[in-house]
Design a protein around this ligand. Structure first.
Ligand code: UPG
Length: 443
């Protein structure tokens, strides 16, 4: 089938390559010429495991093309996916200008029936707005070409996006037109094997499903982070509590890991946007604002533990920081807890020596030569001359370091573990002072 994807960012690229991989004829379009030229040469702008190879293979096979030419792109696919950004504006609402601009471009150039698919995470009611823009533009052109607008939200986790697309838990298709649902089902058939994963519903419910999923997951995390803070005060270990409740099949083990706060491009943005949508409807969501507030506070927890340990004075101290990306297997530092910590430590007069397996380039782009921050080449180098170690992201190669060596290297022999990677009794035996999240140590 012929597919066009507007926006060659994270969601658009993954969607494009995965649809091409199963044999579709895909054209990806972006306004950024530089990005498109790089992609034509197999240079992928983001780090996502498996993406590079799929871009190259499918381009080589002729199933995947990149362009900046709107006329060519609109004429190509019966499916026109919109996968452009929806950044939050000042008051947390998703900014729809890019989505609506794409809708207009499609309408300006379409000559035959098109299925316009909203893939970007957009507030409830956006599909109706897209429909309106397309209708108006067609009217101005004096064209009566038929079209449908579908909401088909993505559920891709950074670092596991290819697998999430190829083997989805579910594929949500929101449309009010049964004929369109059938066409989408045909497009997604290769990913809908073994058991039925396609759930069709009306457009608004599909739009809300996306926000509901992310808000639920964010709520679980904030809930666990609050409990962790209580566990610290109560002298309980949240890791035992996590195991204790996770074993209840109604609760389950996923997304109940306490830590130094959730980040990334989705949870913070989507929780705020849903709260804002509720407000626009005249509904104040007590829960969503609490989820967001708990998370902002949680990003300060490591800093508070550090300040408490050092009795409020860390000037001149050097901190080795392991992990800059908001989570492992990505180079993404958007809303990352590491950023809040780096800035707090430096403002308080300390120095930071930071290392991340993938995000060094991104850190350099964000911080340049920020005074007080040294970006180093290895986890080992971060320790040299440091007083303490802070672990912020749970990359696998941080899971089992040489603790004897750490003890011998760090001047103050102390570890602040923002992801509860380590076993407190073991570290105690080695002679390291250890602070985790909710391990029964009050801040
Ligand atoms: N996190 C925790 N504790 C947990 C699980 C996650 O603190 O138990 C944190 C994690 O460190 C990260 C954040 O939660 O900061 C988000 O993690 P994850 O969901 O793996 O990352 P994203 O790539 O942001 O993916 C989310 C949804 C995905 C959706 C995407 C964009 O999981 O389904 O498509 O956001 O909306």
């Amino acid at each position: 089938m012929k597919v066009t994807i507007f926006g060659s960012g994270y969601v658009g690229l993954v969607t494009g390559v995965c649809l091409a991989e199963v044999g579709n004829d895909v054209v990806c379009i972006d306004v950024d010429e530089n990005k498109i030229n790089n992609l034509k040469n197999g240079i992928v702008p983001i780090f996502e495991p498996g993406l590079d190879a799929l871009v190259k293979e499918n381009q080589h096979a002729g199933r995947l093309k990149f362009t900046t030419n709107v006329v060519e792109a609109v004429n190509h696919g019966i499916f026109q996916f919109i996968a452009v950004g929806t950044p939050p504006d000042e008051d947390g609402a998703a900014d729809l200008q890019y989505v609506l601009a794409v809708a207009k471009s499609i309408a300006e150039n379409m000559e035959s029936y098109k299925i316009i698919v909203d893939k970007s995470t957009v507030p409830v009611g956006t599909a109706d707005k897209v429909k309106e823009v397309v209708m108006q533009t067609l009217q101005q052109r004096g064209s009566d070409v038929d079209f449908d607008v579908v909401s088909n939200p993505e559920f891709l986790k950074e670092g596991a996006a290819i697998n999430d697309f190829m083997k989805p838990d579910r594929i949500i298709v929101g449309t009010d037109n049964p004929r369109t649902a059938e066409l989408l089902k045909a497009l997604y058939a290769p990913f809908n094997r073994n058991h039925e994963r396609i759930i069709t519903m009306d457009v608004r419910s599909a739009e809300l499903t996306k926000y509901a999923a992310n808000a639920m997951l964010a709520t679980r995390i904030s809930f666990m982070n609050e409990l962790a803070n209580m566990a610290d005060l109560l002298g309980a270990d949240i890791e035992h509590v996590r195991n204790g409740i996770g074993s209840d099949t109604r609760i389950g083990y996923s997304f109940i890991y306490p830590g130094c706060g959730y980040g990334g491009s989705c949870f913070p943005k989507d929780v705020k946007a849903l709260e804002r949508t509720a407000k626009l409807m005249g509904y104040h969501s007590e829960l969503l604002s609490a989820v967001e507030n708990v998370n902002s506070r949680q990003k300060q927890v490591l800093f508070q533990k550090i300040m408490k340990h050092y009795h409020g004075d860390i000037s001149g101290k050097v901190f080795a920081l392991w992990g800059l990306a908001f989570k492992p297997k990505t180079d993404d530092m958007r809303e990352a807890p590491s950023r809040v910590l780096i800035e707090a430590l430096i403002d308080a007069g300390a120095q930071v020596q930071a290392f991340d397996p993938e995000a060094m380039k991104e850190a350099k782009r964000i911080y340049g030569d920020k005074p007080g921050l040294k970006l180093v080449e290895s986890s080992e180098e971060a320790l040299i001359g440091a007083d303490a170690l802070v672990v912020v992201t749970e990359w696998k190669n941080f899971w089992s370091p040489d603790f004897d060596h750490i003890k011998a290297t760090l001047a103050d022999a102390v570890i602040f573990d923002g992801r509860n990677l380590y076993h407190p009794p073991l570290l105690k035996k080695i002679g390291l002072t250890y602070y985790g999240i909710g391990r029964g140590q009050s801040v």
